[in-house]
Design a binder for this molecule. Structure first.
Ligand code: AMP
Length: 122
């Protein structure tokens, strides 16, 4: 798989505002925040999309939610609530092809999370 900007962040080749790291994952602030709190939790293993998750990746992917909840608790916004999102491919709005869990908080989230746009014609 080709290197993404997130591999470069893991390898410290480009800077990021890293807030958490362990053997499996890394969390850092989103460069273009969509909420007062917005950070990403990523696996160190480069998995391109949700579609590429294998059976052996299950614990790694579950770990991302564990880290999101742990950080929400430590940062003090777990009780008021927050949203986690993982976008997949074009229609999901994915732009970086290394899976990442968005953690958004600090404001009341709207639902549904999309603006109504028709599916493009074939
Ligand atoms: P997605 O559109 O779901 O693939 O999300 C990619 C996210 O990565 C976006 O919210 C970007 O703002 C964020 N992003 C891209 N480059 C960086 C970077 N160098 N540091 C932090 N966040 C980034």
């Amino acid at each position: 798989m080709s290197d993404t900007i997130f591999s470069k962040i893991i390898n410290r080749e480009i800077p990021a505002d890293i807030i958490y790291e362990d053997d499996i994952s890394l969390a850092f602030k989103d460069i273009n925040p969509q909420a007062p709190i917005h950070f990403l939790v990523i696996p160190k293993k480069p998995i391109a999309t949700i579609n590429a998750i294998t059976e052996e990746d299950r614990l790694v992917v579950g770990h991302l939610s564990y880290v999101a909840a742990k950080l929400a608790d430590e940062m003090g916004f777990a009780e008021e609530g927050y949203r986690t999102v993982m976008n997949c491919n074009e229609f999901g709005g994915q732009t970086v092809y290394h899976i990442h869990l968005h953690v958004l908080g600090g404001k009341l989230m709207g639902w549904p999370p999309y603006t109504d746009k028709p599916k493009p014609l074939e």
